[in-house]
Design a protein around this ligand. Structure first.
Ligand code: AGP
Length: 605
């Protein structure tokens, strides 16, 4: 939800910031803008549209600047509502990511004091507040501190002032990271903005404000307490955030899955055991758990649903998988014996973060499974296991999902041995099965051309159904979500057996039905469901394995995937569904990496 980036130091920000902002456009892409400060001048440029289409500035130079790529929440997509927002006297500029909840009340008060607002955003109050504090005689630093104290809600804010050589950055609930280079400092909502220049980073925490000039000074903006800085090393490479010859990031990320799983499990399997030192900090509590609650949103929630089968089968523990946004507003009955697992690619999803905080209030140990290092969810959890998928830029999650599944399976196998709830031989077989997943994925990816041809048959339909059973039921949900989000086709996923309880009424010759039909314990039942669709002239697309010989005669199209143990089959069966959504979206000329109305990281409720 909105990308922000700024720089102060010995580089020309007019050249630097457009390139950095382009790296953040997956966070929001309806409009963008820049503010540069030099020689007591403030230059502001805003535009509706995508930063990726921006050609840059002509011969401008400046050493302090801030930039923003917007995903609209309050106020339409217009130039006036694009950031940066400017004070009435034209001296201060801010960019904001998050939602300011008390904006109406502040706007009213500020308007009474004579401030005039250019647009309708919640963010604009921040710049007028800062100006108001300066009008009352405060310094730029004091005004920024006071502004942060007055705001309710979530924010990552950057302030510049044409009368100051400092860039001020503050965080409360939305991510903000400093990137350190010789003779300068970056600040951005994601490290991808500056990873090309530095891997040295400082992750700001909620309530912190950083004064960036020749030095970096860090404070708590509520108490004024000075804070020390902790430098972290980022492991991702700049090249990982490039398309490397693929037409879209999504396709590249689909094809990266075998390597991503290899990295994910590297060093985590040894001597017939899952090796997860990340769990040391909660080892004692893990020994006492009697239940697991998984909280997540979207694709990560689907990963949780798949994992439910593994935890039940291997650990004999009851599992509930909750939408984070629902969990946070209930009165969850959990205690210190309930392990809460928060799954989030970005580690910044507002609802999952709130669910994690709710769980901690109940003293439940929280394990998070995140992809983005140093993200808020990762930092606030009692233990974190990183998925090591590398940067995922396409808005539609692919490699993050399959690596989440790999980690969840490892956790299930770890707990199974700890609880003695599964025979050692079963755990060893499963771990060996996990090691063979990358090659099985490579084999499955060879079906890409077949999937593309199938997409050519169905791309102009209006609806689709996705059906699966057991751990492949969540994969049906995931397949439908992928199709919806990038091709804008209506799709529904459900357990195959549920179809006859209502949705079967939808089936006719215009309804493609995608079945995941692999040789597991429900295979025969799925065959019966396929027959029910055929009897009503529905078109059957089957994701199946060569061992399932009956499928060929029952389906209009078949996509063959490699076989593995049933618990891990979802890591393979999801691949054709990712590819199907991709190729259908491509045929429909959709903006695959940046689908309409979506953003990669949902940092608002
Ligand atoms: C996935 O394709 C979606 N873009 C979306 O559902 C995503 O999985 C969800 O917003 C959760 O994000 P997170 O994993 O970063 O928490």
């Amino acid at each position: 939800m909105c990308g922000i980036v700024g720089f102060v130091g010995e580089k020309n920000v007019a050249e630097l910031l457009p390139a950095c902002l382009k790296k953040l456009d997956y966070r929001g892409y309806d409009s963008f803008g820049f503010a540069f400060q030099n020689n007591s001048l403030l230059l502001v440029v805003k535009q509706v549209g995508r930063i990726t289409d921006f050609n840059g500035f002509l011969a401008k130079s400046a050493s302090i600047g801030i930039a923003h790529s917007r995903w609209a929440t309050h106020g339409a997509v217009t130039k006036k509502n694009a950031h940066p927002h400017i004070s009435c006297d034209g001296k201060i500029a801010i960019v904001h990511n998050g939602i300011i909840e008390n904006h109406s009340e502040l706007r009213e008060k500020l308007a009474k004091k004579g401030h005039s607002f250019a647009g309708e955003t919640d963010s604009e109050v921040a710049v007028h507040l800062a100006e108001e504090f300066i009008n009352q005689g405060r310094s730029f630093r004091e005004a920024a501190r006071e502004t942060c104290r007055s705001l309710k809600g979530a924010f990552a804010l950057l302030f510049i002032n044409r009368e100051s050589n400092e860039l001020i950055a503050a965080r409360n609930g939305s991510p903000l990271i400093l990137g350190l280079v010789e003779n300068g400092t970056f600040v951005a909502s994601d490290t991808t903005a500056f990873i090309e220049f530095t891997k040295q980073a400082i992750f700001l925490d909620d309530g912190q404000i950083a004064f960036l000039g020749k030095e970096i000074e860090l404070e708590n903006f509520n108490t004024g307490q000075k804070l020390s800085t902790k430098i972290s090393h980022i492991e991702w490479d700049a090249e990982q955030a490039q398309k490397n010859g693929f037409e879209h990031f999504m396709l590249k990320e689909i094809f990266e899955q075998p390597d991503a799983i290899e990295k994910c499990i590297q060093g985590r399997i040894a001597n017939g055991q899952a090796v997860l030192p990340e769990l040391d900090s909660i080892a004692e509590k893990l020994g006492k758990i009697n239940r697991i609650v998984i909280v997540a949103c979207g694709t990560s929630w689907h990963a949780g649903l798949v994992a439910e089968y593994a935890f039940e089968e291997l650990c004999a523990l009851p599992v509930e998988v909750e939408y984070s946004a629902e969990f946070r507003y209930r009165n969850p009955v959990i205690d210190e014996n309930c392990l809460v697992i928060a799954i989030s690619q970005s580690g910044e999803t507002a609802d999952t973060l709130a669910a994690l905080r709710e769980a901690k209030k109940h003293n439940a140990p929280v394990l998070s499974i995140c992809n983005v290092m140093g993200s808020t969810i990762a930092r606030e959890s009692d233990a974190v296991i990183y998925t090591r998928a590398g940067p995922e830029i396409g808005v539609a999650s692919t490699k993050a999902f399959t690596t989440q599944l790999a980690v969840l399976n490892l956790v299930a196998l770890f707990i199974a041995l700890q609880r003695n709830s599964a025979p050692e031989s079963k755990v060893t077989d499963a771990l060996n099965g996990l090691k063979s997943i990358p090659n099985a994925m490579r084999k499955t990816l060879e079906q890409s051309k077949t999937v593309e041809a199938i997409a050519g048959l169905y791309w102009d339909k209006s609806n689709a159904l996705y059906l699966g059973r057991g751990p492949n039921y969540p994969i049906a949900l995931e397949g439908a979500l992928k199709l919806k989000e990038i091709s804008y086709l209506h799709a529904e996923g459900m357990p195959a057996a549920e179809m006859k309880h209502g949705p079967i009424a939808l089936i006719d010759s215009n309804m493609p039905v995608v079945f995941i039909a692999v040789k597991d314990r429900t295979y025969e039942k799925v065959l019966a469901n396929i027959e029910e669709v055929r009897a009503r002239n529905g078109c059957v697309i089957a994701v199946s394995s060569e061992a399932a010989t009956e499928i060929k005669n029952l389906s209009d199209s078949v996509i063959y995937i490699a076989e593995t143990i049933p618990l891990f089959q979802p890591m393979l069966s999801v691949i054709p569904l990712q590819l199907l959504a991709y190729h259908i979206a491509k045929k429909r000329n959709c903006d695959i990496d940046k689908p309409r109305n979506l953003a990669k990281s949902v940092t608002v409720e």
